[in-house]
Design a protein around this ligand. Structure first.
Ligand code: FRU
Length: 501
């Protein structure tokens, strides 16, 4: 295990996000609500805090903000690494791994076969099952169950399809280097039949990974369902490195038809800003949704890191947090179909009411530190109306020397996160960045909700249609919150800060 640099200690460990106690993690896997708790499994190196020895770690939560770590759920062995995948509750024991009265949980994961094994170099889909509600797992004796003899076939997300075409399991996975999502069906989770493929389409700047497929009501109308296909890619995101795009359309039980494809085929890197992104920031990857979330909610968690520098971020002994869980809904405005994301979890319950801060109707100009608003774990609601300034916004985790700028450039129609002076940035040349996302005013003003949690900022703009998630590594003492403008004035209509205890 690499030694912890003394200066960083554990000041970056998030309060309200999951990070493993003292090991590496990447993609969330097998998200499922079962037995009254949210289960978060994840790509984990149980032996170190860099990528390797891929196994599934495990944590649970009842509030989606605080997590309990459990022993490794599915471990790698001499044959295989356990890559990403999903878990279903096999209610009717279609797989036969449980009994009718005690149906099993079934994990569908990618076996990445190790050098020197019979299937060396192959990625194929395998099963494991749990009969104790997800705490201990047994690998199926006849793995893999789906092998295309491909070195790039991975990340199965299995859902239950119940529709006009019947009732069966559907797997979405990727042929990563073909930029294709492949869809399969099964009655028993053991035997799989190819349904169709989707792609290449829209962003293809790097291999496709970790897909998901789910229905959502349009504008809350249960009679009008559309299907969302999410596809992560690395690299090829709108601000470089890894990112997740999505398509909205229809799924008839066999074929996904996109209504939001801008470009077919590969190589359209000049058009990244025209595609739909789950998040425009640098650190939101491999997001997938929970199976069986209460009240049919569609809840998603992403890995808060970027493969460009993932193994180098200056945290120790752990490395990489997950993002907040977000609830997804689908909004249509004419032909414009967009996901709306809202963090879930009762942030207010975690806040200290004696430390809240607010401000109303204030014209700002230049940089102004807000006395009494400092903090490292905060939720900030702010609404700005532009004035003469070309840029305005907030500086978070500041100290006069360093800080992270979260701003609006109204003439460009852009939201920016500038972390070039955010604290530790020189651990990797790709880390210091000024990132942008397209943003529109709502009735002339801009509302942002920002979550800060020691090493992260998650920005929700345009009512949740635009999000930007970024890691930062500020000095522990850099906790100032400031407002700023560049080249003129702007008005803060309201600002409310809720501080974590
Ligand atoms: C995405 C990914 C997946 C793979 C896993 C391996 O971050 O590359 O495609 O299953 O990580 O850890």
């Amino acid at each position: 295990m690499p030694a912890a640099p003394a200066t960083t200690a554990d000041t970056f460990r998030p309060a309200l996000h999951y990070a493993a106690r003292n090991t590496w993690l990447n993609d969330p896997n097998g998200l499922i609500f079962h037995g009254g708790v949210y289960h978060l499994y994840y790509q984990n190196n149980p032996l170190d805090n860099v990528w390797g020895n891929m196994s599934w770690g495990h944590a649970t939560s009842t509030d989606l903000l605080t997590w309990t770590e459990h022993p490794v759920a599915i471990a790698c062995d001499e044959e295989e690494d356990i890559f990403s995948g999903s878990i279903v509750f096999d209610r009717n024991n279609t797989s036969g791994f449980g009994t009718d009265s005690a149906p099993p949980l079934v994990a569908i994961y990618t076996s990445s076969f190790k050098p020197g094994t019979k299937l060396e170099g192959i990625q194929a889909q395998s099963l494991a099952y749990s009969r104790d509600g997800g705490y201990t797992w047994t690998k199926h004796s006849d793995n893999p169950v789906l092998n295309r003899n491909s070195a790039e076939f991975r990340d199965p997300k299995v859902i239950r399809y119940d529709g006009d075409a019947g009732s069966y399991w559907v797997m979405v996975a990727v042929e990563a280097k073909d930029f294709q999502v492949v869809l399969y069906k099964s009655d028993d989770l053991r035997n799989w039949e190819l349904l169709s493929t989707f792609g290449p389409a829209n962003a293809t700047g790097g291999p496709w990974e970790c897909p998901d497929l789910f229905p959502l009501p349009v504008n809350g109308d249960p009679e009008n369902l559309k299907w969302v296909l999410t596809v992560n890619l690395n690299p090829g995101g709108p601000n470089k490195g890894s990112a997740g795009q999505y398509f909205v359309g229809d799924f008839d039980g066999a074929i996904f038809t996109s209504e939001t494809t801008v470009t077919e085929g590969v190589d359209h890197q000049g058009r990244l800003s025209e595609y739909q992104w789950l998040d425009w920031g640098r650190d939101y990857y491999a997001a997938v949704s929970f199976s069986d979330a209460p009240e049919n909610r569609r809840l998603m968690i992403g890995w808060m890191n970027n493969w460009d520098y993932a193994n180098q971020i200056p945290t120790s002994p752990w490395r990489s947090p997950m993002t907040l869980a977000r609830e997804l809904s689908l909004h249509a405005n004419g032909g414009d179909l967009r996901l709306v994301q809202k963090p879930v979890g009762d942030w207010a319950a975690a806040a200290d009411p004696t430390k809240s801060f607010s401000l109303n109707e204030t014209v700002i100009s230049g940089l102004q530190v807000l006395d009494g608003a400092a903090g490292a774990v905060q939720r900030i609601h702010v609404t700005f109306t532009p004035g003469s300034a070309e840029e305005f916004g907030l500086v978070v985790r500041g100290d006069g020397m360093q800080g992270t700028r979260i701003g609006i450039r109204p003439a460009d129609g852009s939201l920016i996160v500038d972390r070039r002076s955010s604290g530790l940035t020189d651990f990797h040349e790709c880390f210091p960045s000024l990132d942008t996302a397209p943003i529109r005013a709502t009735e002339g003003s801009y509302h942002l909700t920002i979550y800060l949690d020691r090493c992260s900022v998650e920005v929700f703009a345009e009512g949740g249609k635009v999000t930007m998630t970024e890691l930062i590594f500020p000095a522990a003492a850099s906790t100032d919150l400031a407002v700023y403008t560049v080249g003129g004035t702007a008005t803060i209509n309201s600002l409310q800060v809720d501080q974590h205890v």
